[in-house]
Design a protein around this ligand. Structure first.
Ligand SMILES: Nc1nc2c(ncn2[C@@H]2O[C@H](COP(=O)(O)OP(=O)(O)O)[C@@H](O)[C@H]2O)c(=O)[nH]1
Ligand SMILES: [Mg+2]
Ligand SMILES: [Zn+2]
Length: 328
């Protein structure tokens, strides 16, 4: 039991105006109630008092998992009131709904994000991976790819996996092969996640819950959740949960959350979030080149010569076109 609010001295409570103020870490949120970890592994349920706002941002939830907060005990001492949210090092958002300008904070103070994918059962499209990576880049959170279910891959799937790993490693994204089923690759990931706050995402069915259960058997998360599937498309408000790991650190699970919308991603800066495209874009003739049909575009030349993978370029174009649609 250590390291759970790293920068915050959780252990030492302060007395201010005769009120005992305590620092804590939000590990679960249901929208109005928050589960807070404080002291040496103690847990208390809290509500909030006052208004907490993220500057220049309309959020539907003032407090999210991963937040470091200050709370005071209610008279009974069995529950608490959050009075302050400490500065966030980062946070990940999604739009509350397609039409809304309001955003939900999914989680705060994340050290790293992992996208779990599978080559088959289900197949994860490259564009889905790229949208995730773009979001991580926009938030400046280090991103990694976990390829699960390696136990069922034959020659063809293994070769597709190897190609993906080679494509993403070349760009600079760390990739991990995993079989939750036979345990291969698990120790490397434990080492990577130890003492950090990690967020895991991925399509339904890739094995996230099974993975978390293996890392922390006391979680007993439901696997093969059909309900997740039915939630897709509907805007059901789900709140992610932060799970404590016995080897140190936390993993945030995002059930029912399909994608993280980057609020107000500018169309002309999307290529900044494709590191290999961004690097080459410096050689384009026009400083404001979008790499679509401009003359003397270094990016398109690099796609022709396969220096940039055409699959990645296609993801880029599709994301741009989506943004175009929004502005029409
Ligand atoms: N063959 C194989 N099946 C797996 C592996 N990991 C998970 N599964 C299976 O994949 C299905 C979906 O797993 P689940 O953890 O519910 O996926 P989630 O939707 O991402 O949480 C379950 O039937 C798991 O038993 C693996 O490494 N190999
Ligand atoms: Mg699940
Ligand atoms: Zn260009």
């Amino acid at each position: 039991m250590k390291n759970y609010c790293r920068d915050v001295a959780c252990i030492v409570p302060t007395v201010f105006n005769n009120i005992l103020l305590q620092k804590g870490l939000v590990i679960k949120s249901t929208g109005s109630r928050y589960r807070v970890l404080y002291g040496e592994g103690k847990i208390i349920d809290c509500t909030i008092k006052g208004k907490f706002r993220v500057r220049e941002l309309r959020t539907t939830n003032p407090v999210a998992v991963g937040d470091n907060i200050i709370f005071e005990f209610e008279k009974s001492n069995t529950s608490g009131i959050i009075t302050e949210v400490l500065d966030r090092k980062n946070y990940i958002l999604r739009r509350s709904s397609n039409l809304s300008k309001e955003a939900q904070i999914i989680a705060a103070n994340i050290d790293q994000v992992f996208l779990m994918i599978t080559i088959i059962y289900p197949e994860t499209p490259v564009e889905f991976i790229d949208r995730f990576l773009v979001t991580a880049e926009a938030y400046r959170v280090p991103a990694f790819i976990i390829i699960n279910k390696t136990d069922i891959y034959g020659d063809e799937e293994t070769s597709r996996m190897t190609n993906l790993i080679s494509m993403y490693s070349k760009i600079g994204y760390g990739c991990f092969r995993l079989s939750v089923k036979n345990g291969s690759g698990i120790d490397t990931l434990k080492e990577k996640m130890k003492d950090r706050i990690s967020l895991i995402s991925g399509n339904s069915g890739v094995g996230k819950s099974t993975f978390l259960n293996l890392l922390n058997p006391s979680l007993r998360l439901k696997t093969e959740e059909i309900s997740d599937y039915h939630k897709q498309g509907k805007h059901v408000t789900t709140f992610p949960e932060m799970h404590q790991m016995p080897f140190g650190g936390f993993i945030i699970d995002t059930p029912g959350i399909k994608g993280f919308g980057v609020v107000d991603l500018e169309r002309n800066e999307i290529y900044h979030f494709f590191p290999e495209i961004f690097r080459i874009s410096k050689d384009c003739r026009f400083y404001n080149c979008l790499h679509v049909d401009e003359p003397d575009c270094a990016v398109r030349a690099a796609v022709e010569s396969l220096q940039i993978d055409p699959l990645r370029y296609r993801s880029y174009i599709n994301i741009i076109e989506d943004e175009n649609r929004k502005y029409r």
